[in-house]
Ligand binder design. Sequence first.
Ligand code: PLP
Length: 434
Amino acid sequence: MFMRGAHDPLRIERAEGPWLYASDGRKILDAGGGAVVVNIGQGRREIAEVAARTIANLDYIVPVWTSPQRERLVERLSRWTPAGLTRFFFTSGGSESVEAALKFAILYHHARGQRSKNKIIGRRVSYHGNTIAALSAGGSGRRADYEDILLDWPKIDPSYCYRCPWGKTYPSCEIDCATALEKEILKNGADSIAAFIAEPMMGSSGGVVPPVKEYWPKIREICTRHNVLLIADEVMTGFGRTGRRFGVDHWDVVPDILVGGKGLTGGYMPMGMIAVKEPLVEELERARADFMFYTYSSHPVACAVADEVLAIMERERLVERSAEVGTRLGSSLKEELSGHPMVGDIRGAGMFWGIELVQDKATRMPFAPEKKVTNRVLGASVRRGMFFYPASGMAGKAGGDAMMITPPFIIGDAEIEFIIRTARAALDEIQPNL
Ligand code: PLP
């Protein structure tokens, strides 16, 4: 990924709606929404105009000051986020936002005199970003090269019925995936745990996995009982991706801290945020604790763009569209692809779907990691004019492969049909060579 001018990767010159146009003349459907970012489609004139107007008028201020752009965004976001999450801190992306959430949680407990609450519980199959602390909180293969220096934070297994870590079957399982959190808190001592962080639906590390419906309400109860802050990492699931404004809205759960990125600006600007419950921020203010900003926190142009992106989502009812078109997308994927010999499981919600690929449907055995099945299917798919977002490693050391079908919310039936046709053709091409 280190840039060197012209080299191998596909060279995209232009994009419009859900379509990418490469320098070699190819037209590619972005069924991954880039890295699950492009919610409203590309090439919107209104956003270009807002960005140009803002740059001409106000380019940068130190983040301790405010601007009309920031104030407008905060006001709008207060209407988007779950009730009570009314204080916002802005960053340049998801990892920085997760980092801010983890530091906020620790600082909050310190401000209340609980200096031993320093650990963050995360999940074994998860991704929270690429900084040292975000990698430490996460559980993906992306940790591998840095294991020796990562923070030694506790992990629990996720809610993942297709490969239930407890070998049980829902609903007779007693939701062990949720009670695992309480056990882990007690094992470490609640006085050592600052927060629990999880994605409302597993994203790139799990290949889209919605939890059972009891999971988040139970997790909320456990966190409250032990004075452990609940951090919902909505970097991927936020801003309509799952057919609701936020993933946690599916279960009416309000986390203490919600982390956003990607869909906040739909890819038009690098930006992330955390939304925090008012009384928690007041604790920090009372203790006069200093929560350091990043240079580009609350950047006026990013704020203006995010505000316009959300305004477009409201005007065009794109969250509702994600739910409606997403239901059709999910049913078509299941109807048309479930029978494919490589397809083990299809799951998701809204415009957030995962197709887990397996070597053996009956035993759910994954492909060996060295076969790099996801990458090969992706190559075959891109050759046919469709990008999807790849996911792998959900079966731990045994591997795991999945295609993430996470297109912009503006696609219609013609694109759904193209997605199905291309996914099937890509799988058919790769299957005989495995
Ligand atoms: N959290 C989740 C759930 C993510 O999916 C990602 C990125 O994919 C991140 C955090 C990190 O975001 P970024 O890559 O913008 O730093």
